[in-house]
Write a protein that binds this ligand. Structure first.
Ligand code: C5P
Length: 304
């Protein structure tokens, strides 16, 4: 029997380590990254329909397309083709994750849609095949399915889980409009070609951040955070420098750009520090959204 409705949710991520290697022939860069899933979730609700219909509510709803440009649409078509079923569904995306923010919001939506539609259509696609479909949709989608903390290689889609037993607390601050991921990677290539950044010989080791995640205090994790996309994001959006300084001036242990930005992820000691920092940064007037979050949290799963 077809269920009336299926709901799934998936988390945002920050990259606590993001080392970018050379540009490959396929247009992607070789990465070594450590993904960290945080407690900010988009929710995808699937119900009956003829053909596909996608709607978006919540944060940044106005800028997210509702046609085949939406990763959720592509996820539905891909899953239906893979399983040999008709792509009939009405899909509602309730967004809490800002769009084009470096938080993998679109990837979270796609991962939640895969999980919800697999249950709704009864396609019972195995985990390995879901991972392959996810990787076809985007470099971060496999991580949005997996969640927790994971080391990503290849273009980010090849994952191995990282032990991270301690809950960590963050404030996520979005300053200004979204940034285009290809534009930030392109700026990195330009800065490297112009000799304004060291070349891409050798991907920075993730060992220090992995060790800090396994057993270190928050200050050790703070000292190990690194993101090769931060300098190009700052070059494209200089006011991000002020946003990073505002976070550390207000007491964050460290602040870095999340993924390709422009979200600033500020690491703090504990939950009450996160709430305090978010309140203080709200008064600074730089950030259009501020969220106190924690992690790691699980990846895409059914709700209810
Ligand atoms: O995989 P995804 O669709 O999220 O990638 C968006 C864009 O980000 C790519 O088209 C590419 O320009 C850039 N990218 C990259 N190297 C990666 C991941 C993404 O250059 N490993």
């Amino acid at each position: 029997m077809t269920p009336a409705e299926v709901v799934a949710r998936a988390p945002a991520k920050v990259n606590v380590h993001l080392a970018v290697g050379p540009l490959r022939a396929d247009g992607f860069h070789e990465l070594r990254t450590v993904y960290f899933a945080v407690s900010l979730f988009d929710t995808v609700t699937v119900g009956p329909g003829e053909g596909l219909a996608v709607s978006v509510t919540g944060v940044d709803a106005g800028v997210v397309p509702t046609d085949r440009r939406n990763l959720v649409w592509r996820a539905a078509v891909l899953l239906a083709e893979h399983a040999g079923v008709r792509h009939d569904a009405t899909i509602g995306i309730a967004k809490a994750i800002p769009a084009a923010a470096g938080l993998a919001g679109g990837s979270a939506d796609a991962a939640a849609a895969l999980v919800a539609l697999d249950a709704f259509w009864g396609t019972r696609v195995g985990r390995a095949d879901l991972d392959l479909l996810a990787a076809q949709l985007g470099s971060d989608v496999p991580f949005s399915l997996l969640g927790g903390v994971a080391l990503g290689s290849g273009r980010g889609e090849q994952l191995s889980p990282v032990l991270a037993p301690t809950r960590r607390h963050w404030v996520l601050g979005m300053a200004g409009e979204g940034l285009s991921t290809p534009a930030v990677y392109g700026e990195l290539d330009r800065l490297r070609a112009a000799g304004r950044l060291p070349g891409d010989s050798g991907l920075g080791s993730a060992d220090p951040v992995i060790a800090a995640l396994r057993s270190g205090p928050p200050a050790a994790l703070a000292g190990a955070l690194a993101n090769d996309l931060q300098t190009p994001a700052l070059a494209l959006r200089p006011e991000l420098g002020r946003a990073l300084r505002a976070a550390t001036d207000a007491g964050a242990l460290a602040a870095l750009v999340s993924g390709s930005g422009p979200t600033v992820a500020a690491l703090v000691e504990d939950e009450s520090s996160a709430i305090r920092l978010a309140a203080e940064l709200a008064g600074v007037g730089i950030f259009r959204t501020l969220r106190a979050v924690h992690g790691p949290v699980p990846g895409a799963r059914l709700v209810g």
